[in-house]
Design a protein. Sequence first.
Lengths: 281, 388
Amino acid sequence: MSLDLSRVRFDRAGRTIIDGVDATLPHGALTALIGPNGAGKSTLLHLIAAVERARDGELRLDGRSLDGMRRRERARIVALAEQQAEVDGRLTVEASVALGRTPHLGAFGVAGPRDRAIIDGALAAVGAAEFAQRHLDSLSGGERQRVTLARAIAQEPTLLLADEPTNHLDLGSQFVALDLLAGLARDGLTVVAALHDLSHAAAYADHVVVLASGRVVAAGPPAEVLTSELVHDVYGVRAEVLTHPLTGRPLIAVASAATSAPVPIPLSAAAGAAPTPHRGS
Amino acid sequence: MTAAGRGANAATPAGRGGAPAPYRDPTPPEAPAGLDTLAALPTRPARGGRALAWGLLLAAVLAASVIVAVTIGPAPIAPSDVFASIAAHLGFGEPTLSTIRDGIVWELRMPRVLTAAVVGAGLALCGAVMQAVTRNTLADPYLLGLSSGASVGAVVVIVLGVGLLLPLAAFAGALAALVATLGLAMAASARSGRGARLDPTTTVLAGIAVSSVFGAITSLVIFWSATGDSYREILNWLLGSLAGTDWGSVAISGAALVVVGVPLLASARTLDAFALGEAGAAALGVHVARSRVLLLGGTALLTGALVAVSGSIGFVGLVLPHAVRLVTGPGHRALLPLSALAGAIFLVWADTAARTLFDPRELPVGIITALVGGPVFAWLLLRTRRTA
């Protein structure tokens, strides 16, 4: 029981973003997808969620090919919770979460009592029931993140993908979001979260997949994968991996930028990150 | 170190859930409840009730508006005359009206009022769909240049004298204008370094550029070829007018409204999903690229047929969906049909005002819709600027 990626490749504008990824993401577990900016974390989640199509390779969930499925069928199995600045802020929280039922309703299907119960359950699960009638643009970042997760929960997926679920959240909200994801994994979902904070990955993940330049460079339990060598090689910083005094989990203590030369950034990536005129906000 | 880490993991029976427990202390006040609360929650009554009530109300108002609008005009006609004429023409009972009065009701006013209703409904529907697909609150067939493009197609065909192709040519014109506007807006957005995301204001500016060019072409073609009152002709196409509409106009616009409108109404869920942005909609199983082409192509087709009978009438597609949204919220299952009904009512009355206010001279109906819609547009623009 797992999500299996084999030889997944993806190009955008002539540049290889995902370069032959092989990975097995275990069922009923929280997998952390980590790696530096531009490693391909978001793109990989998009490929799994059918937002974009892989050029090559295969995605199998419990042995069943995801690529052979119709879009709607696939959306009943795979949910994507994104950092969505793009969402129309005029929606109410409840309406936004109700959109998670879209793949379960046909064009003329009316949301029935079961759908409503699922929507209410998802709102309650993330603690958003009390602000269900508020508009999205009146919410804080943490509240919005919880609404995004509620929509994914309302989709009743077996595979839930979360793209940087702790981004822009304060410390408390970060752990609320991670606790939620861990709880969903405990309930039997396959949860994959792209994370920036290695300590989050170390504290919460059952499984870690490390991505760099579109390739998997390490995968396994956090205690095995998150070593000071790996952190140095992938992120170019000097780090010591300690044992967390409270949880016994790995704790990554970063000292400074690396003393030795950091991992060279591929030229193409550097070109892509060329300074763009930035409007002051 | 590795072994120690794993050992600690293994020693925590609750696994990952138990391990980070100290982080959760103190427990945040809004700590999430479990999924097991699902069964305990009461279910609300269905919420479609309010929208349905509004729909019935607006449908009744529309029917009454059509009857009353037919009675208004230089020749006095009573509502009972309208019913009598309708009954006679539908084959119920003998004709009781004089031929002249029946002609006024059935040949002059009824087709015009019905065309106004169909055009208003279609424009409002197109506006609501375009606003969702382009994720732009300022989108409508007029502002994005579709109406002007359709006018060019229609006028060229009329000048060439191949009337049968009229709706088709108007569709081609609308489509050309749509592609030009979105292409221009995308190029401008890409240059400003914001990627391919379409900024609402840029899109409207592109639409203004495209519609001025197409409007000028329309004027040129008419000026070049017209034999009689070319200025009035030009004004009617640029500002929109329902003068001289007949049952053929009702047939063209009505057929387009049914053929295009029904699939658009059936796309409500897809349009709802567009509120999440491209990736969000795709993750809900929406084929974003295909839906966008089909939906915008549909609005171009419908706009073409509407403009072929009425010229380019502005602001109906922009304003009515916004007004309806204030009542129903952004859900398209209610928004689309209610916008269509509201648009029909609005244009029936706007056209009644256009043909009677300065009787015997007739105002292009677009002047009335712009008088009402312009200030609303300004208000929307200010609001968009602030939140963009």
